[in-house]
Design a protein around this ligand. Structure first.
Ligand SMILES: Nc1nc2c(ncn2[C@@H]2O[C@H](COP(=O)(O)OP(=O)(O)OP(=O)(O)O)[C@@H](O)[C@H]2O)c(=O)[nH]1
Length: 319
């Protein structure tokens, strides 16, 4: 499991020597779909490493992002939205990933929307043990117009769980994000850092490529496309720069897998306009993130019912 790996294999490129006062620890970010977990992770890390979209359930993998500030290194774990509506194989795999993510961390951030606590939030809370300190992050505070309304709600929240702290905030407000980091710091154990100071994620460029295609796919198809559509990377090859001063080249081929012919037409768009745009926007962003030249080929395939088929879910990379 990734967390186990992180704990047992500190990077040797780091001095690895305990500098006095150095802190380092794992922080899990949990919450039902669409509460802003990915937005928060990106803000905490300071760069985009997890995709965000208005469509619920866009985060399917655990993503770690690191942030090193002062003497402290935060290692964040993003989790899939806790999906409670369907019991298909994809969702079972998602729920297992959430439980795995919270079992072995130093701190949990339970993200909810400020002023709201639905049965879906309660189901996520029920997954959290009592032993790991948990901060209630009341996100999207900017949507609450009368701040006075939040005090009685916070009091209600105190009855739900022995939260270590309450942080009403907006993931889109950098000052709030700084405040949250300061609150988290005190919960991390004193130990040597696991990563270099500048490292942001341990996810591969191949993974980031598939995440970017998925993000553009959902952004550009709006609410029409079901979340069961996914992206598989068929080819990922790297060529060194041809001449000095040139960038290396990434040759990528990816397939967007959808459930119906109608969805395929939707992804391709009128005269191929939409898929062209998905490809173009992915390429531009990946070139920036990877600091490389990117050739990207995109395909669309129909595989009906894949989200109900456990073997296929595994073959697409969801444990
Ligand atoms: N107004 C407001 N919107 C926010 C805030 N944080 C996130 N959002 C929006 O909420 C939506 C969902 O955000 P995500 O970060 O994708 O949510 P998530 O919890 O990771 O979602 P899943 O991947 O479905 O689990 C996006 O449209 C964000 O722009 C906030 O502080 N204020």
């Amino acid at each position: 499991m990734l967390q186990g790996l992180l704990k047992s294999t500190p990077r040797l490129s780091e001095p690895g020597v305990q500098v006095e006062g150095q802190r380092c620890g794992l922080v899990a970010i949990v919450g039902k779909p669409n509460v802003g977990k990915s937005t928060l992770l990106n803000a905490l890390v300071g760069q985009k490493i997890s995709i965000t979209s208005r469509k619920a359930q866009t985060t399917r993998h655990r993503i770690t992002g690191m942030h090193t500030q002062g003497a402290t290194q935060f290692v964040f774990v993003d989790t899939p939205g806790f999906q409670t509506l369907h019991g298909n194989a994809l969702n079972k795999s998602l729920n297992k990933a959430v439980q795995g993510a919270v079992s072995d961390v130093d701190l949990i951030l339970l993200v909810v929307e400020a002023g709201s606590f639905t049965p879906a939030d309660a189901r996520v809370l029920a997954l959290l043990g009592k032993d790991i300190p948990t901060i209630l992050v009341a996100n999207k505070l900017d949507n609450i117009h009368r701040r006075g309304d939040i005090a009685p709600w916070l009091q209600e929240m105190q009855q739900k769980h022995a939260f270590a702290e309450f942080v009403p905030m907006s993931a889109k407000n950098p000052k709030d994000v700084e405040r949250l980091l300061a609150v988290c710091e005190g919960f991390l154990p004193e130990q040597a850092w696991w990563y270099g100071e500048d490292e942001l994620t341990d996810r591969s460029e191949k993974f980031l490529a598939s995440e970017l295609v998925r993000e553009k796919l959902f952004r550009l198809t709006g609410d029409e496309l079901p979340y069961t559509s996914t992206v598989v990377i068929d080819k990922f090859e790297e060529e060194p720069p041809q001449r000095k001063g040139q960038k290396r080249l990434l040759r990528i081929a990816a397939t967007i897998v959808v459930e119906r012919d109608g969805h395929k037409a939707m992804v391709i768009g009128d005269k191929g306009e939409r898929i062209k745009r998905i490809g173009m926007e992915t390429r531009v962003e990946l070139e920036k993130l990877a600091d490389a030249k990117v050739f990207l080929e995109l395909w669309v395939k129909v595989r009906s019912g894949w989200a109900d088929d456990a073997a296929r879910v595994r073959s697409f990379g969801y444990e």
